[in-house]
Design a protein around this ligand. Structure first.
Ligand code: FES
Ligand SMILES: [Fe+2]
Length: 351
């Protein structure tokens, strides 16, 4: 979907309303967006720099899907649904990074090779017509953008570069690859993922919700721009501030923020219509010589901001779910990112 330039102009010409509030709490919408949004787009799942040796793997979850990505002996990455082909237990019980020579299901010890092929089925017994080669792990597509691993659950995905089409122009030659993971965590909260994202892609709330953060920005400098598949927010940081002033969100659930000496990534993972988990990874550039205090302040700054965003998202979600709110108008000055997000939802058939 190509977005015309001047997306905000369209909002000023035509009163644009947010979607029917039912889409934030409905189970039918949730099931539809699992399929038409999260299983039909590239999802960032982790750091390729942590999968260096044969058998290194990561397990990740989003929107009710669980996946595994495994470094192969030939250096390539393969991805699978984290579902044992016997009776559907997760082959890797806990999300995160690990290393194995074989992938052994913890339920009845079926063992899979790193290529996903079923190798052994201890104590299973003889069954006419059963062949290990018919019961390998179900594959998913894997691709890597600048050391960041993405998976796609669909049959014939468009190339990852198309999903990230705006990123090269935004990130440029920043040395992402040489950065190292400094901090990583996730937070669960009680709001629909779309409520959190609508908040993420507008700076309208910054002066009122993020008082400490706002004090580090030049007044009135916050701007939002809709690109083809990404929304950027920029602001001028006051001298000596931590923030470099480029925040990006890419449809549907990937954010990348540049700051002095590094960047952070988050992935927004719905758990149910009313629960969301957001994972954060903060990377720092070893050549930037950030002090321990600066790194810690960056990490704390992200945590503080997010706590404020989650609190307002929970309150908004509760009101959306109350059935009273009739929908509201979008600001041409501040909410073109929200409008683009809504258009993407509509194009996916879920708003
Ligand atoms: S479910 Fe995995 S071995 Fe039974
Ligand atoms: Fe915010």
């Amino acid at each position: 979907m190509n977005m015309p330039e001047g997306y905000g102009t369209r909002l000023s010409r035509t009163l644009t309303m947010s979607p029917d509030p039912v889409v934030y709490a409905s189970d039918a919408t949730w099931q539809a967006e699992r399929r038409t949004v999260f299983a039909a787009t590239w999802q960032y799942v982790g750091d390729a720099r942590k999968l260096t040796l044969t058998g290194d793997h990561l397990a990740a979850s989003f929107a009710g899907y669980r996946v595994i990505v495994v470094r192969q002996a030939d250096g390539s990455l393969k991805g699978f649904h984290n579902i044992c082909r016997h009776r559907a237990a997760p082959v890797i019980e806990t999300d995160g990074y690990g290393r194995s020579a074989v992938l052994t299901c913890p339920y009845h010890r079926w063992a899979y090779g790193l290529d996903g092929g079923l190798r052994t089925t201890p104590e299973f017994g003889e069954v006419a017509g059963f062949r290990c080669e018919d019961h390998g792990l179900l594959g998913v597509h894997v691709d890597v953008w600048r050391e960041h691993i993405f998976v796609h659950l669909g049959d014939e995905p468009k190339p990852l570069e198309k999903a990230l089409i705006d990123m090269p122009g935004l990130v440029g030659d920043r040395p992402l690859e040489r950065c190292t993971l400094y901090d990583s965590w996730f937070i669960d909260f009680d709001a629909n993922w779309k409520v959190y994202l609508e908040n993420y892609v507008e700076g309208y709330h910054v002066p009122s919700v993020h008082l400490a953060f706002n004090a580090e920005l030049e007044p009135g400098s916050f701007t939002t721009k809709a690109h083809r598949n990404t929304i950027t927010m920029r602001a001028d940081a006051k001298a000596g501030g931590l923030y470099e002033g480029l925040w990006t969100w890419t449809w549907p659930a990937f954010t990348l923020v540049l700051f002095h000496g590094g960047y952070d990534i988050s992935r927004i993972c719905p758990i149910s219509p009313e629960k969301t988990r957001v994972h954060f990874d903060i990377y720092v550039d070893p050549k930037a010589d950030l002090s321990d205090e600066q790194k810690a302040a960056t990490s704390k700054g992200v945590r503080d901001l997010v706590a404020e965003d989650m609190a307002i998202s929970e309150a908004v979600h509760a009101n959306l779910a109350s059935g009273v709110f009739p929908g509201g108008p979008l600001s041409p000055r501040h909410e073109e990112g929200v409008a683009l997000f809504h258009d993407k939802l509509r194009a996916a058939g879920v708003a």
